[in-house]
Design a protein around this ligand. Structure first.
Ligand code: IMP
Length: 416
């Protein structure tokens, strides 16, 4: 019986999971997405061609890998049909859990209308319907992907939902679809996706029992976790390692190595606390050099220094065995670089990540910068100050940095 390795984002998402998943996925027989939906996104360049992935697991880029979209995902059928057009025929290589939940166009309408109504208190969601789709699931009024197999019955159930929630939806200005239009849409989803929809739980168990190598590909980041993140400015799923288990149907005993992805600095999109945010020149420089603009929404990301307090907390929640440190080259040329090693609140030093970050300020350790790590492929070739930066991250977080990325290119990666 094999174990499933996990790749998990350890900050607020966008740590650069795409490059590591792409780099490692070739060594696996099966790659699984376990939570989230098309709020996730990364772009991978293969032979000069840009490929955008939102819901399809990264293993799709390798012909011999089985890709699973697990029960914990909220699936947007219209979007995945578009996404799949990039790959030709993927029959036999892609499977979607019949227990995953549907994220339908009205979920996005509700998401956007609720955000608008919240005004200054908006979460800053991706507007993709993620929250409303998970809300329906948790309140037991959602619809599972398996229901697409009977479009007439599903259509009637959705029309009944609209009737039952009419007062609420009227306030938000979300109109019920015309029955025939909705039915046509559901039939087109079933025609395009029906062949991929199966009970994936058994497939994953069979793969584990047959000693196959399995990778669980996390989406978003641990500080966006619905339970452990900066609530309410979080996404609506469990982004921690344990969420990958429940989102695919494996027990924690089935987990092998956990690789936590961190960036050499911090970013977040949307609203919510961000103790190390730098609104000045340094933050702007990081955003420009790091090209920190959302892959899904194009929004400029908020930027700041590395927050070792948040990362230590997240790494413990995730059971991280080693870090992949991404985008170290973005800090090339900075005279000084900073690591937040504690927080301060009302004159008191806090060394842990509190449930509420209100009023928390970063306590920085300032380190000497370096000229250039860009393109380095061996740890020995890194400048001494870059090595010292990595060592401090390891000391403060208690986790080894096993992989260092020094450019977006696949080859510019140090494995220690
Ligand atoms: P939602 O997931 O669209 O509901 O958005 C909730 C919060 O999570 C917002 O702050 C989003 O910007 C953030 N978020 C969702 N998906 C991602 C992601 O893939 N990367 C980074 N942030 C994300």
């Amino acid at each position: 019986m094999s174990k499933a390795d996990v790749i998990v984002g350890v900050q607020w998402g966008d740590e650069g999971k795409g490059k590591i998943v792409d780099l490692l996925s070739g060594g696996y027989d099966m790659v699984c997405r376990c939570q989230g939906g098309h709020n996730a996104g990364h772009t991978i360049v293969v032979e000069g061609k840009k490929i955008a992935l939102h819901q399809v697991p990264s293993g799709i880029l390798h012909k011999n890998i089985i890709n699973i979209i697990g029960n914990g995902v909220v699936l947007c059928p219209a979007e995945i049909i578009e996404e799949l057009k990039q790959f030709g025929d993927v029959s036999g290589r892609l499977f979607i859990s019949d227990k995953a939940h549907l994220n339908l166009p009205y979920h996005a309408q509700i998401d956007q209308a609720k955000e608008k109504a919240k005004g200054a208190h908006a979460i800053g969601t991706t507007g993709k319907g993620i929250g409303p789709a998970y809300s329906d699931k948790i309140s037991r009024s959602g619809h599972r992907v398996g229901e697409l197999k009977n479009p007439e019955k599903l259509c009637d159930a959705i029309m009944a939902d609209f009737e039952a929630n009419k007062a609420f939806l009227d306030v938000l200005g979300v109109k019920a679809p015309a029955r025939e239009e909705l039915l046509g849409e559901l039939k087109s989803y079933e025609a395009a996706l029906g062949k991929f929809i199966v009970d994936t739980t058994h497939m994953v168990w069979e793969a584990i029992d047959a000693d196959k190598k399995i990778l669980l590909e996390g989406a978003q980041g641990t500080l966006l976790d619905i339970d452990h993140g900066t609530y309410p400015f979080v996404t609506s799923s469990n982004t921690v390692t344990a969420g990958s288990c429940s989102g695919i149907g494996l027990s924690p005993k089935n987990v092998g190595e956990v690789i936590g992805i961190i960036k050499a600095y911090t970013t977040r999109v949307g609203n919510g606390a961000f103790p190390t945010e730098d609104m000045g020149e340094d933050g702007e420089k990081i955003r420009d050099i790091g090209r920190e603009y959302g892959a899904t929404t194009g929004r400029p990301r908020r930027t700041g220094w590395f927050d070792a307090v948040g990362v230590r907390y997240a790494a413990r929640l995730d059971g991280v065995d080693k870090f992949a440190l991404m985008k170290l080259d973005v800090l090339d040329g900075f005279k000084k670089v900073k690591i937040c090693k504690a927080y301060e609140k009302n004159g008191k030093i806090i060394e842990y990540f509190p449930s509420d970050l209100e009023g928390v300020k970063p306590v920085y350790e300032e380190l000497e910068g370096w000229d250039k790590v860009e393109g380095a492929r061996k740890f020995e070739d890194l400048p001494a100050n870059a090595k010292a930066f990595i060592k401090r991250i390891e000391e403060i977080t208690g986790v080894k940095v096993g992989i260092v990325s020094t450019s977006p290119e696949r080859e510019d990666t140090i494995v220690r």
